[in-house]
Design a protein around this ligand. Structure first.
Ligand code: FAD
Length: 553
């Protein structure tokens, strides 16, 4: 048996200590995959395996600095504040080439802006190199393992499996190869479309001016009409926790149970998955955690974690989150710190434009304009993605970048963050968009409108039943008077894909009475959403007749 402990999100109350902007990429495994760690825990023999690729920001960049592309001054054609155009090297300079910076850069060149992106590490940032992409590669593997090892599931489908095993190095290669492939795709797409990639650590020297290069000798200066900060985030590690990268790590957790580890969750709040709608969170806890014999401690803080050393296990000291009394000391093979992310904004030169960070985040308004210490927008300076803390998700970073470029090219665009979906890639998945039921009821009370809730189970869905995956619930929170969607929450097979019908509807302002007229293919999981909207009792009528034109096939 393998054991590990996961510290989850809400134990991140303390102020963060952000590492300095040092970069180096290590694509090797942080431990020997062929040697599981064997330790004793409460009289049981356990072993643990950890992590797949790691990036540490502990050394200065070694990369060669490219400055050959920046010596052709252009005349900035767009002037947001009506002032006379000046001559700049670029229309737009972006600091940070994660998903946010990349999305903004591609959109900018498509819109005709001369654009450069400064990156101190590798292209792709957290999402591509150590976040969304490798974690989903691992989840694809662990999901299949979970199915193959689930005798009831296999029997229900009439399948017999003699033995299921995995090759650790093969799994690690799958994750690393996928990250490399996506990183190359992003790099090639930027080069092909004419984004200048400037290598080095960037910081702001003053209005319209950015320097970049090696951390200790930045050297190169570029000017730009507009600047976007897209420097992302790093793992937040609470005080008292020593991360050794081997037995105490800061990576994804969900694969471990499927690949054989015993997992214990440690959570400061009273419920697991606190960000989700409480009803969905409880259901997910019942389905995901209890039958899989995952242990959890809620209402406790881990005050000290000591890595394994000299044959001794990792120790985790717990105190009661309310009384602060010592509660327990856990001994495990490995601890995974999942206490949230801290913005990566040190050394950005924000003082030069009179900006004060808030808990490390760059303050922005709803147009992603950076705010100075008085709360006024700093002209021509924007911040997107994890660094502004509005919504720390890859697609939110990219949507914010696109929104900024839309504004720079003449469209007054404000991104509706309530239309941005979020997903948790458990098995089955959890997804949500808009408000939770308690949030919706609070808003309704303040603004004086009525709230209704509709629900549909996956139990009657043909496609889900064919897959033997009938466990699941979809929940719609809405205004019965006018059919406005306030929130949609899904727990079930492919919930992360199913949420988009609702998020599009919220983004476009479509009302439930109109969605009810849409047709869904049979048999599909989308019929769960069809049924969900159809079961809502809306008093308003559809906005107009839908005319189905005959289509030649
Ligand atoms: C394990 C894990 C799984 C995740 N899974 C998902 C998921 O499934 N879906 C999802 O939506 N989100 C997921 N996320 C979150 C997602 O990765 C982030 O929200 C997203 O990467 C933020 O994008 P960004 O562009 O703001 O920053 P980042 O991706 O962090 O990119 C910032 C870039 O800026 C560079 N940089 C920083 N400072 C400087 C500087 N001064 N000069 C030059 N370059 C600099 C960095 O090197 C980096 O390349 C996950 C995160 C983790 C850790």
């Amino acid at each position: 048996m393998q054991s590990s402990a996961t510290l989850s999100l809400s134990q991140s109350a303390a102020a963060s200590t952000i590492p300095k902007s040092n970069y180096t990429v290590n694509h090797s495994l942080p431990f020997s995959p062929s040697k599981p760690i064997n330790l004793r825990f409460c009289g049981l023999r356990r072993e643990a395996f950890l992590g797949f690729s790691s990036l540490s920001r502990s050394q200065p960049p070694q990369s060669k600095i490219r400055s050959d592309k920046i010596n052709s001054p252009i005349s900035a054609s767009l002037s947001a504040n009506g002032s006379a155009p000046k001559s700049f090297d670029y229309d737009l300079v972006i600091i940070g080439a994660g998903v946010g910076g990349h999305g903004a850069a591609l959109h900018a060149v498509e819109k005709g802006l001369k654009t450069a992106i400064i990156e101190g590490d590798v292209i792709g940032g957290t999402c591509v190199n150590r976040g969304c992409v490798p974690s989903k590669a691992l989840l694809a593997v662990s999901g299949r393992m979970r199915d193959l090892q689930n005798e009831h599931h296999m029997k229900a489908l009439g399948l017999q499996v003699a033995a299921a095993g995995y090759d650790r190095q093969g799994v690690a290669d799958h994750a690393n190869n996928l990250a490399t492939k996506i990183r190359n795709n992003l790099t090639n797409s930027m080069k092909a479309l004419g984004v200048d990639i400037l290598t080095g650590v960037g910081s702001i020297l003053g209005p319209h001016k950015v320097q970049y290069g090696k951390l200790d000798s930045p050297g190169n200066i570029v000017t730009a009409k507009d600047i976007i900060i897209a420097t992302g985030s790093v793992p937040f590690v609470p005080k008292g926790i020593e991360v050794d990268g081997k037995t105490v790590i800061t990576k994804f957790s969900d694969v471990y149970t499927a690949l054989g580890s015993e997992v214990t969750f440690i959570e400061a709040l009273d419920q697991l998955m606190p960000g989700f709608d409480p009803e969905i969170g409880k259901l997910a806890q019942r389905v995901l955690i209890n039958p899989r014999k995952i242990d959890y401690h809620t209402g406790v803080f881990a005050t000290k974690i000591t890595p394994a050393k000299n044959g001794k296990p990792v120790t985790i000291e717990l105190i009661d989150a309310k009384t602060k009394e010592p509660k327990d000391i856990l001994e495990v093979d490995a601890a995974l710190i999942a206490t949230g992310r801290a913005p990566f904004t040190d050394g950005l030169g924000l003082d030069s434009v009179h900006v004060e960070r808030k808990r490390g985040f760059v303050p922005v308004d709803d147009r992603m304009r950076v705010l100075d210490f008085k709360g006024d927008p700093v002209p021509h300076l924007y911040c997107i993605g994890d660094a502004n803390g509005k919504m720390m998700l890859a697609h939110a970073a990219s949507a914010q970048g696109i929104s900024v470029v839309e504004q720079l090219t003449g469209r007054d665009h404000v991104l509706n963050h309530l239309s941005i979906p979020a997903a948790c890639f458990t098995h089955p998945e959890i997804s949500m968009v808009g408000l939770t039921e308690p949030q919706a009821r609070e808003k309704a009370e303040k603004e004086g409108f009525e709230v209704s809730v509709a629900k549909t189970s996956f139990k009657a869905n043909t496609k889900a039943l064919a897959e033997n995956e009938g466990e699941g619930l979809a929940k719609l929170i809405y205004r019965p008077d006018n059919g406005e969607i306030l929130g949609v929450h899904i727990f079930g097979l492919h919930a992360a894909d199913l949420i988009h019908e609702a998020s599009n509807a919220i983004a476009l302002g479509t009302r439930i009475q109109d969605i009810k007229l849409a047709v869904h293919a049979h048999p599909t999981l989308s019929e769960v959403i069809d049924e969900l909207f159809k079961s809502a009792k809306v008093k308003a009528h559809a906005s107009g007749p839908i005319v189905n034109e005959p289509v030649a096939v």
